[in-house]
Ligand binder design. Structure first.
Ligand SMILES: CC(C)(COP(=O)(O)OP(=O)(O)OC[C@H]1O[C@@H](n2cnc3c(N)ncnc32)[C@H](O)[C@@H]1OP(=O)(O)O)[C@@H](O)C(=O)NCCC(=O)NCCS
Length: 148
């Protein structure tokens, strides 16, 4: 883990950061830069932000259901990737999910996103199935699930 990194709850003031990072990393999948910022104002979502010394570097967003949580996004600034921030965000989100009473976490990620799948598998997620054409741009997704 990088020195100086810390995790805090997301807030409406993070709209621009979330939109900018979503534009950078999710634009090939759909308009997540338009969708995700609104989740910061919605109590059905819980967001964690990773802060480096000079500003936010990543976020993870959870949709809170009845006993089930869906990790709707995890993203790290491309300049800061592969340094442990994504793993730290996911581990912190798993802890928060437990405290929120969530028993099962689910997520979808692009079938071809092997980097993210590697992260999710080592956290404890298992594949549940594949969905052709899941993303608005047509890419297939795999579903993953983790019992807490
Ligand atoms: C997926 C993502 C969040 C991972 O964050 P990160 O900070 O780069 O990841 P970490 O450094 O914490 O690495 C976690 C794991 O990811 C995988 N990983 C990270 N970088 C990788 C790379 N360059 N190549 C292959 N696997 C890699 C490894 O399994 C790694 O495990 P390790 O800690 O045992 O090495 C980040 O790459 C990202 O924002 N990608 C674009 C958005 C995205 O695809 N999000 C996931 C779908 S919602």
């Amino acid at each position: 883990m990088m020195e100086g990194a810390g995790i805090r709850n997301g807030a409406p003031a993070d709209r621009e950061f979330v939109a900018d990072l979503a534009r950078q990393v999710f634009s090939t999948y759909g308009e997540y830069d338009r969708i995700l910022p609104d989740c910061l104002d919605d109590p059905q979502f819980h967001t964690l932000v990773s802060e480096l010394g000079d500003g936010p570097a990543g976020f993870c967003m959870l949709s809170i259901g009845d006993g089930v949580g869906e990790v709707v996004a995890v993203a790290v600034d491309p300049l800061q990737q592969s340094r442990g921030i994504g793993r730290q965000l996911m581990e912190a989100m798993v802890e928060d999910a437990r405290e929120l009473g969530i028993r099962v976490l689910v997520l979808k990620t692009a079938t071809r996103n092997l980097c993210a799948q590697g992260l999710f598998r080592t956290i404890g997620f298992e594949e549940t199935g594949r969905v052709a054409g899941y993303y608005s741009s047509g890419q297939a997704a795999i579903g993953m699930r983790m019992r807490l």
